[in-house]
Design a protein around this ligand. Structure first.
Ligand code: ADP
Length: 263
């Protein structure tokens, strides 16, 4: 009897282990699929401006002698494409860095209010060009243990999006507050809003609600993916609430202690 029980137990264990291995393989395959998708997407995104620049350079060459005005336009468009390409490469490098996770090195106390104010000021000219009012409202005592570069990525991208996807003469409000053991950063806009079905997906790499609008605005489709990873490095949370045609609110909660108390 004991022998039969032993065999039964052993086979149960074996079955469980096989199940575990199968799940592991599924995970590995999923990660591989994601990596393949990412490389395919990134290559496509890189190829688009390069192809554009090649065609533009051809036209530039033809226009150079006969039509200097047209040549100038071509040169400007090449410059725009090159700028977009440079931004894309910067974002891809940032993404690689942020996805590595954090080991706590390089963390220090960061005054989120001061950092947010600097990001708002950087964006002011862009906002004013479209008559957008940029409001900043912060409590003086709001600092976290964190990575200054990542916090710039978070706030900078949210503020630029709030301007980019706004209407002319709209409004953007940036609020920084201490909330219990977190610092809250909230960016509210009066823009085009995000359809409910897309609200979770906008944090995915290269996901855009309106491809044409994002591209025309020089977007790389990586901004919110960068935000999400940077927030995760701080053991924080980011969420979006939005009403189509009325506006969006992105809220980031950052643990004051850099998430160290949660392990
Ligand atoms: P992009 O470079 O396209 O702006 P992001 O990752 O920053 O890339 O954003 C992904 C998409 O989410 C955008 O293409 C846009 O469709 C949508 N989005 C982001 N922020 C806002 C916002 N404040 N209002 C409306 N839509 C937004």
């Amino acid at each position: 009897r004991n022998g039969r029980e032993l065999v039964a137990n052993l086979s149960r264990i074996a079955t469980n282990e096989v199940a575990v291995i199968v799940t592991d393989l599924t995970d590995i395959r999923r990660v591989e699929d994601m990596r393949r998708d990412f490389v395919a997407n990134a290559s496509h995104e890189l190829k688009t401006p390069v192809t554009g620049m090649q065609a533009l350079a051809d036209s530039l060459q033809m226009a150079m002698e006969r039509d200097p005005e047209r040549a100038r336009t071509m040169a400007e468009r090449i410059q725009r494409e090159a700028t977009r390409l440079a931004q894309l490469v910067r974002d891809l490098l940032d993404l690689t860095r942020l996805e590595e996770g954090a080991d706590g090195r390089g963390q220090r106390r960061v005054d989120v209010t001061a950092l947010a104010e600097a990001q708002v000021e950087r964006a002011r000219e862009t906002a004013e060009r479209r008559g957008i009012l940029l409001d900043f409202d912060a409590s003086p005592e709001a600092s976290v243990i964190g990575y200054p570069e990542d916090l710039k990525v978070i706030i900078g991208n949210l503020v630029l999006n709030a301007i980019q996807y706004n209407r002319d003469n709209g409004r953007v409000e940036v609020t920084v507050r201490r909330r219990g053991s977190d610092v809250m950063v909230r960016v509210t806009d009066t823009g085009i809003g995000i359809p409910e079905v897309d609200q979770d997906r906008v944090f995915e790499r290269f996901y855009r609600v309106d491809k044409a609008r994002s591209r025309a605005a020089g977007g790389t489709g990586l901004g919110l993916a960068l935000v999400r990873h940077a927030v995760e490095r701080h053991k924080g949370k980011v969420r979006v609430a939005s009403v189509l045609g009325e506006g969006s609110t992105f809220t980031v909660m950052l643990p004051v202690d850099g998430g160290t108390s949660e392990g």
